[in-house]
Every structure is written in structure tokens, then in C-alpha cells.
Design a binder for this molecule. Sequence first.
Ligand code: NAD
Length: 379
Amino acid sequence: MVTIAVTSESADEPRVAVSPDTVKKFTGLGAKVRIESGAGLRSRFSDEAYRAAGAETVGRAEALAGADILLKVRRPSIDELTALKPGAIVAGMIDPFGDREALDALAATGTTVFSMEFMPRISRAQSMDVLSSQANLAGYKAVVDGAAMFGQALPMMMTPAGTVPAARAFIMGVGVAGLQAIATSRRLGAQVTATDVRPATKEQVQSLGAKFIAVEDDEFKQAQTAAGYAKPMSAEYQAKQAELIANHIKTQDIVITTALIPGRPAPKLITRAMIESMKPGSVIVDLAAERGGNTELTEPGKTAETPNGVKIYAPLNLAGTIAVNASSLYAKNLLAFLDTMIDKKEKTLAVNWDDDLIKGTLIAKDGRIVHPNLATKSP
Ligand code: NAD
């Protein structure tokens, strides 16, 4: 029988790696799930709900002892790994490009580590795509929080006492988070514009009822990689883009920035001068904060306020602020991935090491870092 351990996350991570729903499915697959007591509380999953779904809720040491699999939201500690069965499997958002020394130490324990952030974006793996499931929620929450901070109405309201004008929302970066931010701000009644460097986004923006604005030159036409991501843009393009944004941003009330380029710091799209040109009371929500932010004034994890009264909110774990939903979706992502590793008949672990999903996400095995993207140590 396959034993799955789940432990509490650190104080700043409210999410949890299993939901009562996924526990039920794991139990149905013949696995035994041992959850550290209280691990789900910040996602409103009680020990009782986990037990009703078939899990055991126990102390941390008991949950880990000799387990075959450890499921995490964030990187586990060395102590957690050494308590597992030798060579056990760990799956979580390992932050593969973060603290390399600590990652090497995790690998040295001999644990088989899967980093969910590396899940290939192929259709078979859509249900396992943690970046999408969490970015979608973050895009929604960015608008809701931005609207609350803005402190004015978003929809146009025509009343006998006068007309309330519609707020203007500008979404920069139209990936998964940006698309949800467009949809949410439209639902709240804002007048929405959006920009991106990938031409494919133009139609997506328009189909959500927003207006697309971008520098649509030859470079723009080539800006999407085969994997569907943005390329870093030339200095010349960036200058043209900055001019366009500078003119547009002056009139905006809520700006949501989500622009990222894989493996690089977030592009700085909004300068100090642009922020200083904005109206008092306007709000920027910077979802790229974890990678340095899309504005020159972003302070990751904080809310900065300029002398002219513009707030720059730069949350680091927005999905975690709606932990019930974030944990439910994340847990489903893990379940779909683990499902590929469990032999349903024998009820044993049966990892297909040649599977693209396994090869794409496996970062450490037999005491070594094995992923090609991590072959050279980052500085
Ligand atoms: P991301 O988080 O890497 O980046 C967010 C957005 O920022 C992207 O749209 C990118 O083009 C944009 N951006 C980068 N530099 C910019 C700049 N200088 N100015 C303006 N915008 C800039 O992106 P993501 O959310 O991971 O999505 C990337 C792509 O992958 C999208 O096409 C998405 O639809 C696709 N996707 C596919 C699958 C799948 O097939 N399974 C799953 C999820 C996402």
C-alpha cells in the first residue's frame, strides 16, 4: 500500500497540499493518507473533514515516518525528507530557481523530488498545471483587492442623483492571470484595456470585451516562443512600449501588472515618472512582485504609496489569500499528477520514468539534481 504524508506549511503559507476531496480519491486508489493534525485549518479543511474522507490525522512525526510520498505546497525541510522512506517521492512547488544551496541539500537526502512549476504545458497535463490554477485565482484576487484599495465605484451608475463614471482598469501582461483580471474587472463594470507583447493575446483581449493596446511592429509579430511564452524585447521596442504606456497610464484608475518572461527578472514596464503622472487614489497591483516587479517602485510583499497618492500593492502570495480555492485546485493538480504514478491494480507505486510529465518535473533523484534546466548552479 502506498503511504502519502501531508504536513503543515510554514506560517506564511496558508495553503495545504490535499483537500478532503482529493483524500477521498487517493483512498479510492488504495493509498493511505496521513495528514499532520491542523494542516488544513487555514484552508478551512478540518481534521474531521479529512478523517471523514478516509485520512488519518496524526502528529507531524507520525505523518512522515517511512512514507512513500510527501505532498507539499512549498519546499520541504531536510528534516521532513529524512523522515520518509529512503528514495521517497516529494511533489510540491519547489521553487527550482530559488536558493540553490538548499536545493542541493534536499537532493543530497536521496529523495525523488518533483517540481510542479516545471509541468510541461501540454494538453494532457492541463489538469496538473499549478502555475495556471494559482495564477487564475491571483488574477481574480488582484482586481478585487485593487478595487477595495481604490475606494471608488467601478461601474458606471446613472442615478437620479447624478452619474458615477466607470473606473478604468489597465491589465499589463495577458497570460493566465491577466486574462482572469480582465474578466473580473469587466464583471465589476470597469472600462478595461490590456496590453501584451504576444500577438495571440490581441484576440483574447477583444473576446473578453476589453480594448487591446500595444506597439504592433515586426518585433511584436515574433514575440511569442514556440512554448507560448514571451521573449525579452529589444531596447528599441521597450522604448516605444514605454511611450505608449506613459500616455495611457495617466488616465487609469486600477493597473494590474502580470508581465513575466520565464527564467528572467520581471520586465520593468512602469517607471517612477509614469507613476507620478497618475491620478491620486489610483492603484497598481503588481503580480510580478515575486520576480522583482513590473514597476520601478515595487516593494515586494509591501504596499508603497507615492507622494502623489498612488498605491503600489505588491503581494507575494495572492492565491494564498483565497486559500480555500487555491488549496482545492492545487490539491487537484497534485492528485492528477500522482494518479499517473500509482498502479491501480497492484496498489503500488509505478513511476514511468520515460513519461514526458515525469521527465519534465523530476528535479532530484538518487542524491543528485537531474533536471537539465538546473544543470549549472545559478549564481
Ligand atoms: P507568464 O506568467 O509567463 O507571463 C504573463 C504575461 O506577460 C504573458 O502573456 C507574457 O506574454 C506577458 N509579457 C511578458 N513580457 C511582457 C512585456 N514586456 N510587456 C507586456 N507583456 C509582457 O504567462 P502565462 O500566464 O504562464 O501564460 C503564457 C502562455 O502559456 C499563454 O499563452 C497561456 O495561454 C499559455 N498556457 C498554456 C497552457 C497549456 O497549454 N496547458 C497552460 C497555461 C498557459
